[in-house]
Design a protein around this ligand. Structure first.
Ligand SMILES: Cc1cc2nc3c(=O)[nH]c(=O)nc-3n(C[C@H](O)[C@H](O)[C@H](O)COP(=O)(O)O)c2cc1C
Length: 396
């Protein structure tokens, strides 16, 4: 839709930070804050970005790097790069084509895309964009019958993996959203109208397309109570089943019977439990700093988690990954791959499908360039020898 209009300027976007700035300029403030914000003091959100400075990259020279391959296999799915576009829900907040735009960009680049219970297009509509490696991420609602349905529907739609997100037993305290009184649809308060007027491209896209819906949960959550909560995230979390435990996760894992990933692990104890219930993967994640503030950053806990379960399941990581070098650092500490959330949503917010494509291009390009500079020709060559902890005197 708006892709042609933005393709020129997007070529002048050189980094994820540049893309974030483009998104900030196109999105109304209350939408940008929902995308960008973290919980409480946003300490973990900030630490996610800063933590990568704690590792130096080791450069090997005079290696034949004429051919460098960023491709690998994650969760049994071939991918052109070791990063996945993570499940992020409500993607029409950023662009009317939402999840479809992201899924198309991922399929075209041959990277894995994840959609979610809280998506604004159904899981069948996302699968309908065409062939491509992808997963479906489940939230468990009070009406648990929906979970069994997801298993069936995901099988029929050809999803390669099921993810269960476990770090959202209640909503993170996102104060930016509370201050903005984020609601669906946005309420016509003077403040909101002013923000909409300042962002005409987004507002036109919003007003000329069908209203927002959550088709994967329709009929299963109580829509009528949405206005009773301080924010959309709070309302959504209230619909979730807080009594869900490892036994229930084990039952879902068995019912699905394929690649099953627990997302939102930060402790060795939980990583071990995931392995015990038969999960084939975990995502070491603090949810991009949006849930428990002061949760660990992933580089901090990856080595001990990989040490404990790395031989039994695939360890993936997310939260704060913005550069090819960040991805290399996680892989060097034993992660098989990395998920990105905000990074590709900035692209979606800045320019729809073309914006997501540009984000994938930037990250893949950075990965390839930095592997070349490090004397690495293949993802499997990234090992613990590729990094060292930086002397704290030089960390800034
Ligand atoms: C706007 C937004 C919405 C999200 N929604 C979901 C979701 O529906 N399900 C889920 O498992 N994770 C969700 N996440 C978390 C991401 O999947 C991922 O763990 C996180 O964004 C990674 O951190 P990063 O944003 O710093 O890359 C969301 C993240 C963002 C930024």
């Amino acid at each position: 839709m708006s892709n042609a209009a933005v393709s020129g300027p997007l070529n002048r976007v050189f980094s994820i930070d540049d893309m974030r700035e483009r998104a900030r300029r196109r999105l109304p403030g209350f939408i940008f804050d929902y995308l960008d914000g973290g919980a409480d003091d946003e300490y973990t959100r900030a630490q996610n970005a800063q933590s990568f400075a704690a590792l130096s990259l080791i450069q090997r020279v005079l290696v034949d790097v004429a051919q460098v391959d960023t491709g690998t296999t994650l969760l049994g799915m071939p991918t052109s790069a070791p990063f996945i576009l993570s499940s992020t829900g409500a993607s029409r907040f950023y662009h009317s084509e939402g999840e479809l735009a992201a899924a198309r960009a991922a399929a075209q680049a041959g990277v894995i895309y994840g959609t979610t219970s809280s998506a604004m297009f159904s899981l069948e509509e996302v699968a309908g964009v065409g062939e491509g490696p992808r997963f479906f991420q489940v939230y468990v609602f009070k009406d648990r019958s929906i979970t069994g349905e997801y298993v069936q529907r995901c099988r029929e739609a050809g999803y390669g993996a099921m993810f269960l997100t476990v770090d959202c037993a209640t909503a993170g305290n996102r104060e930016r959203d509370l201050r903005n009184r984020l609601s669906i649809p946005p309420k016509a308060t003077p403040g909101i109208i002013w923000q909409l007027l300042k962002r005409p491209a987004w507002t036109l896209d919003y007003l000329t397309n069908p209203g927002w819906r959550f088709p994967n949960v329709e009929g299963y959550v109580d829509d009528s109570t949405r206005d009773d909560f301080g924010s959309v995230a709070e309302w959504f979390a209230e619909q979730l089943d807080k009594s869900y435990t490892w036994d229930d996760a084990a039952a879902l894992c068995e019912a699905w019977g394929g690649q099953f990933v627990i997302k939102g692990i930060t402790s060795v104890a939980d990583a071990r439990l995931a392995a015990e219930i038969g999960a084939t993967g975990i995502v070491v994640s603090n949810h991009g700093g949006r849930q428990l503030d002061h949760a660990p950053v992933t580089l901090e806990v990856l080595p001990e988690i990989v040490d404990a379960v790395g031989d039994r399941l695939e360890v993936l990581a997310d939260s704060g990954y913005r550069r090819g070098t960040d991805i290399i650092k996680a892989l060097a500490l034993g992660a098989k791959g990395v998920l990105i959330g905000k990074a590709y949503l900035y692209g979606l917010g800045a320019g729809g499908e073309a914006g997501v494509r540009r984000v994938i291009e930037i990250l893949t390009g950075e990965l390839k360039r930095n592997m070349t500079l490090m004397g690495l020709t293949d993802i499997d060559e990234i090992t613990s020898d590729s990094v060292r902890w930086r002397d704290p005197r030089f960390v800034r």
